[in-house]
Design a protein around this ligand. Structure first.
Ligand code: GLN
Length: 619
């Protein structure tokens, strides 16, 4: 029997309830590694031994602030050693790198986390092992006294985006049994790494290790590290990018203790684990991962957490050293105004000048990130062509600017200025992050112009070319009907007849002459001033100066498709369509000419529009 195909039941409900692929992947990881029961819950801190070994949560935070969660992501557990990177960052930021580096090294030790060995200078090897972390807490204590712990708790809370509490039982349990850490504390004081009251410093350290977090918190904290210190959920700049980069560096070399080399070799994502069962992984510019599963391997790292990180890195090829980039994609279009003039309708004298000097204005439309490689490539492309007088960089598709990119582009601008080339930026607002980054370096150059609309930038550069080559644009000049391209070829008598059927209108600046949607009952010949044609959504279609027609589509269409507004005071001849019909009866030859002129004007506009589309598709 022939089977009929299943009915198609796609609905919006089906679509919205489907899982994003990354969440689906985390679900699969969770299901697969739930079966992993190896390892042992830490019990050298007795209270930690009470953790439920079955708990398993994975959370992943993206840098746009989205958090994926699967499993026990709301179960609180103690942060333990995952506090170390954050306290190190806090020490760098609040005390300065010099102070911190004077007593704590940044070399991997290759030792377990609780090793009592110090380096050749009798300093802790790095801030990720207990000795270094206790030294860090000592530095904060020296600076803040009794307020040290509160300062740390609040800093960690800013990374998590919420107030964090303390597990008093775990704190008390470690405080009662932590003699090995006490031994480290006294060894540090013996070597003048800490000069403080050792029990007070250890109290800060034990409390910071007992701060309660969830897998979700850890993911957000990791994402903040991955995002140069900006919490992607709250938007707060929690620490300086400087402190964050140094912190990620020591996480890379030492975050996983005596497993660190193997970890970075295989997984390639800076990470930190804690004996409470958490793992934090921060992939710069990409994501933050938090996992919770209390059973640990012999290095003190969560068995399931390690598996999740390995799987994520392998499946999506995330090893941080396995990267490449192609700067050639950063230019989406590169042309001069011969191919793509502004939408300003030019009069014959201006057209002539622009036709001769079109190579003087070069437009480069950029896309993506202004990075070192991308800007370098752009600067070489620029040097390759004829030297123009104006270069417009359109940045409307630029999504980010690195500091290196901003510095290099400012150096390129400086060189262009020295060569007498004027730089114009478009597609960028002065209030944007890009503008701030670029102007940090270019601030003193002063010769850069900016226009939000590319068309306005091109129009301005064209004007400069017209001025430079002897043309003048007189906005106050009044033109006659005989100068209208739409009326080219009409006799004196025909023009006089037409003029007698027109009314002369006067408009104030910013007045709406035509509104989209209105019936098209007349056409206009601009006599003086400037008007612009815009779509209802604000897109400027054209700028018209005296001597050109608008609303001429009324000859073809019954309804207005765009608004026409004045830029400055203007005057125009208005010709009602009904009167044009009478004129047509008396002067059929003139009307045929007008329709032919209209066809030519429309054809030219179409050619330009096609060229614009081509510019983007062919580069
Ligand atoms: N509080 C724990 C300790 O000092 C932290 C160790 C860890 O998480 N690796 O032993």
């Amino acid at each position: 029997m022939k089977q009929s195909p299943p009915p198609v039941t796609a609905t919006t409900a089906n679509w919205t309830s489907s899982k994003p692929p990354l969440l689906r992947f985390l679900h699969e990881c969770h299901a697969e590694f739930l079966a992993e029961t190896g390892g042992a819950v830490a019990n050298y801190i007795p209270e930690l031994g009470k953790a439920d070994p079955a708990h398993f949560g994975i959370s992943l935070a993206t840098l746009d602030g989205h958090v994926y969660e699967i499993g026990d992501t709301k179960v609180p557990f103690t942060i333990q050693s995952m506090s170390k990177p954050f306290v190190f960052a806090l020490a760098l930021d609040s005390l300065g790198a010099g102070r911190v580096e004077s007593v704590i090294g940044v070399e991997p030790s290759g030792d377990p986390f609780n090793s009592i060995r110090l380096n050749a200078e009798n300093h802790p090897f790095n801030p990720m092992v207990n000795a270094g972390a206790i030294a860090c807490s000592g530095l904060i204590h020296a600076a803040r006294g009794n307020g040290a712990f509160e300062c740390i708790r609040q800093a960690l809370g800013r990374f998590a985006g919420r107030e964090l509490g303390v597990d008093e039982a775990v704190y008390a349990s470690e405080s009662a049994t932590g003699d090995r850490n006490r031994a480290i504390g006294y060894l540090l004081r013996n070597n003048s790494v800490i000069t403080e009251n050792v029990p007070a410093v250890l109290d800060v350290y034990f409390r910071q290790c007992a701060i309660l977090v969830t897998a979700r918190d850890i993911a957000v904290m990791a994402a903040t590290l991955a995002n140069r210190g900006i919490n992607p959920v709250t938007g707060e700049q929690v620490m300086t990018p400087y402190a964050i980069a140094r912190t990620l560096s020591v996480m890379t070399s030492s975050g996983m203790y005596d497993f660190a080399g193997e970890w970075i070799y295989r997984v390639g994502i800076p990470a930190k684990s804690g004996v409470g069962g958490g793992i934090l992984a921060a992939l710069p510019a990409r994501l933050g991962l938090g996992s919770y599963s209390p059973k640990l391997d012999k290095h003190g790292n969560s068995v399931r957490g390690i598996k999740v990180c390995e799987a994520l890195s392998a499946h999506y090829d995330l090893h941080m050293l396995n990267r490449s980039d192609d700067a050639r994609h950063s230019i989406i279009a590169d042309y001069n105004i011969g191919k793509n003039p502004s939408r300003r309708v030019r009069r014959p004298q201006e057209q002539e000048i622009l036709a001769k000097h079109f190579q003087e204005v070069r437009v480069i439309e950029l896309v993506g990130t202004l990075s070192l490689s991308n800007v370098d490539y752009v600067s070489r492309r620029l040097a390759g062509g004829l030297r123009p007088q104006f270069v417009i960089f359109d940045l409307r598709r630029v999504t980010a600017t690195t500091r290196a990119g901003a510095r290099l582009i400012s150096e390129a601008f400086k060189e262009l200025a020295e060569l007498g080339v004027t730089v114009i930026l478009s597609g960028i607002k002065r209030t944007s992050r890009e503008w701030t980054t670029i102007s940090e370096w270019t601030g003193r150059l002063g010769n850069i112009r900016d226009f939000y609309l590319l068309d306005a930038a091109i129009e301005w550069a064209e004007d400069q070319i017209v001025y430079r080559y002897g043309g003048s644009i007189d906005f106050l000049e009044t033109t006659e009907l005989s100068e209208q391209p739409l009326l080219a070829g009409l006799t004196e008598e025909e023009l006089t007849d037409l003029a007698s059927r027109c009314a002369i209108r006067t408009y104030q600046p910013n007045e709406k002459i035509i509104a989209a949607g209105d019936p098209a009952t007349s056409l206009f010949f601009l006599r003086s001033g400037v008007v612009h044609v815009t779509l209802p959504d604000g897109v400027r279609l054209a700028t018209l100066t005296a001597g050109t027609a608008f609303g001429e589509m009324a000859l073809l269409e019954p309804q207005r498709s765009a608004d026409v507004l004045t830029d400055m005071s203007a005057t125009a001849y208005e010709l009602p369509i009904a009167d044009f019909a009478h004129f047509r009866k008396q002067h059929p030859r003139a009307c045929e000419l007008i329709m032919r002129n209209l066809a030519m004007l429309l054809a030219n506009r179409l050619i330009l529009a096609n060229a614009k589309v081509d510019l983007l598709t062919s580069t």
